[in-house]
Design a binder for this molecule. Structure first.
Ligand SMILES: [Zn+2]
Length: 109
């Protein structure tokens, strides 16, 4: 699946980084609304090792969304069930602790 199949328009290519031994590409793009008309802030694809973050958000929302998608990938890599509220709690907590910004800067270098 490529970014256009994920409902994304062209975006900024960012550096790659590793999650659980897998090299992930992270792109800031304009994400389209999904079939239910809901605006997507971010998404990930474990087949192509891609994380997409909507470029129209403020910096803190981008970083929190990026952290959210990274946590999704960690769960997917380990075959764990996904709970959106738990992932939101973790991503917001890690944003407040500065972990999300640390990872974002690591990806953008
Ligand atoms: Zn999610």
């Amino acid at each position: 699946m490529n970014p256009s199949q994920l409902g994304a328009k062209q975006g900024v290519m960012m550096s790659k980084f590793e999650i659980g031994g897998h090299t992930y590409k992270v792109n800031e793009v304009t994400l389209e609304k999904n079939d239910e008309g809901k605006s997507l802030l971010g998404m990930h694809d474990v087949k192509t090792n891609t994380i997409l973050v909507d470029e129209g958000m403020t910096h803190s929302r981008k970083v929190e969304t990026f952290m959210h998608e990274v946590i999704h990938v960690i769960y997917a890599n380990t075959g764990c069930d996904h709970d959106e509220r738990a992932i939101d709690a973790l991503s917001n907590g890690l944003l407040q602790l500065g972990v999300a910004d640390f990872l974002w800067k690591k990806v953008k270098k």
